[in-house]
Structure formats: structure tokens, C-alpha cells
Design a binder for this molecule. Structure first.
Ligand SMILES: O=C(O)CCC(=O)C(=O)O
Ligand SMILES: [Fe+2]
Length: 264
């Protein structure tokens, strides 16, 4: 039902980092502001402890993703063209590793859930597929020093999955370790529409930059301890970073009834 979703691309009301409050959260879902930043979401001590725990576990790398992106956890995106059962079978192990890492510091997903319950909706939970498959995984840990121009939107990426029913999609990135230079996440005020698929680079997840040549753009600066939320149906990219850039993230989808769901 992609075609029926409204395309919300008007000029952003504000080009700054917006704070988290109920009004801004609704504006972000409607793509009327570029992003919400929760400054000092975590202390530097909490971030250091997480970084140590993450390095102990070590990163896996995505298959067929160039330039490489390291990850700990499992993504739905990698399972688009595979059997769903493989994804849901990997969830348990991914959650165990997430719990192992966060138990040495704090649980960002839990902290954010409490913030969203106050500011967005009382119904916030991990996305659920059905009685056979159970819950999704949320809380992907990434070593991501560059990302090509792309978008994340479940009606496109997961049409036959429960999350494919969401009506808007956000993503949160918590910066566990900011790079020493660069690594800005550029978000363009350009919501994906079906015709944009012709701009996709063959055999890659990237899209051609001509799509966003005239679009408004927001620079999200990675700062250790901060958490940034943006509308992931907008095209976005991570420009090259020097030094380790470690994040924890997941999507936040709005279901047709208004509930918010997390998955990675
Ligand atoms: O690392 C970031 O700042 C954003 C990465 C990204 O593409 C996403 O979270 O959807
Ligand atoms: Fe993305």
C-alpha cells in the first residue's frame, strides 16, 4: 500500500536540533522537523563501559555491503530475500549478546522506551510478528564509518512482514563513540517514493545523489553520549569518519493504530 501513504515533503519548520517533547515527536513523524537530539542521553562513563564491552564481543560484517559496516545483532534488512524463519531464529542469540553488552553498563533501548512513553505514546514495544515467529530484534550495535545515500522504510524493505504495515518510520542512533573527525549523518528533506527506485545503484543499497541535489539537508553531528532520532523515509548518508564511530540503533515504526514498535 505504499502508493496510498502521503508524501510529506514540505520545508522543515526548524533546521536546528530539536529537543524531545510530545509536540516535536509528532512533528518528526510528519517530517515537519529534521531530527530530535537527546543531549547527554548517557554519561561518558556509561559510554566507555559500553565501548569496552562491545570491543570484547567484536563485530561481524554485513554480507554484500561495501564499504564494510561492522555489526553486532541481526537485521531484518539482510533477510528481505531469505526465509523469514532464519531471521527469527537469529533473534534469540542477538538479544542474548545485546543483554550481555548492556548489562556491563546500561540498556539504551530501555532508557529510550521510558522517554517515549512520556513523550509519544503509552504503547511502545518491540515489534511482534505472530505466534509462530514471535518478536523482532531491536538494538543493533554498529561500527559504521560511512554509509551510502539510502533510506529505510519498511513498506519498501519488508512488504510481507508485520512491520511493513507501519505508516511512518523513524530511526534512533545513540553515539557510543564519536569519531575524531567527520562521520556526520546527512539527512535530506526528501521522502522516498516508488518512482525513486530507478535511482538505485545496481547491486548496492545506495541511490544516485541527483535525487537530493536540491533538497534541504540536516547535518547530524555524532557526539558521544547523544541520541539522535530522524525520519528514516528521508534519504540519508553517513559521510566518511576518521576514528572509530560506534552506535546503537533501531527503527521506531508507527503502526496504523498508533502503537510504536522497535526493530533493527
Ligand atoms: O549512523 C548513523 O548516523 C545513521 C545510520 C543509518 O543509516 C541509519 O541509522 O538508518
Ligand atoms: Fe539508514
Amino acid at each position: 500500500m505504499i502508493e496510498k501513504l502521503p508524501l510529506l515533503t514540505t520545508k522543515w519548520q526548524n533546521s536546528n536540533d530539536c529537543e524531545m517533547n510530545p509536540e516535536n515527536f509528532q512533528l518528526l513523524l510528519r517530517n515537519e522537523i529534521p531530527s530530535i537530539r537527546i543531549s547527554k542521553f548517557a554519561s561518558s562513563e556509561e559510554c566507555n563501559k559500553l565501548a569496552l564491552a562491545i570491543n570484547k564481543v567484536g563485530f561481524d560484517f554485513y554480507e554484500n555491503v561495501e564499504p564494510p559496516i561492522g555489526k553486532i545483532g541481526v537485521t531484518q534488512f539482510e533477510h528481505i530475500n531469505r526465509d523469514k524463519i532464519e531471521y527469527f531464529e537469529a533473534v534469540k542469540k542477538a538479544k542474548e549478546t545485546y543483554d550481555q553488552v548492556t548489562s556491563l553498563s546500561f540498556d539504551p533501548l530501555k532508557r529510550l522506551t521510558a522517554i517515549l512513553r512520556k513523550n509519544a505514546s503509552s504503547k511502545v514495544q518491540i515489534a511482534y510478528e505472530n505466534e509462530v515467529y514471535g518478536y523482532y530484534f531491536a538494538g543493533l550495535i554498529r561500527h559504521i564509518n560511512i554509509a551510502l545515500l539510502h533510506l529505510d522504510f519498511a513498506p519498501l524493505d519488508a512488504p510481507n512482514w508485520e512491520i511493513g504495515n507501519i505508516t511512518s518510520q523513524l530511526v534512533w542512533n545513540f553515539y557510543v563513540k564519536a569519531p575524531s573527525q567527520g562521520g556526520v549523518c546527512k539527512v535530506y528533506n526528501r521522502q522516498w517514493q516508488p518512482e525513486d527506485e530507478k535511482y538505485k545503484t545496481p547491486a548496492s543499497y545506495g541511490y544516485d545523489h541527483s535525487l537530493v541535489a536540491t533538497s534541504e539537508v540536516k547535518h547530524n553531528i555524532p557526539l558521544t553520549g547523544d541520541l539522535v532520532i530522524f525520519n528514516s523515509r528521508n534519504f540519508h548518508e553517513v559521510v566518511p569518519a576518521i576514528g572509530e564511530r560506534i552506535t546503537i540503533s533501531s527503527f521506531i515504526g508507527k503502526m496504523p493504530g498508533g502503537d510504536l514498535v522497535f526493530w533493527s
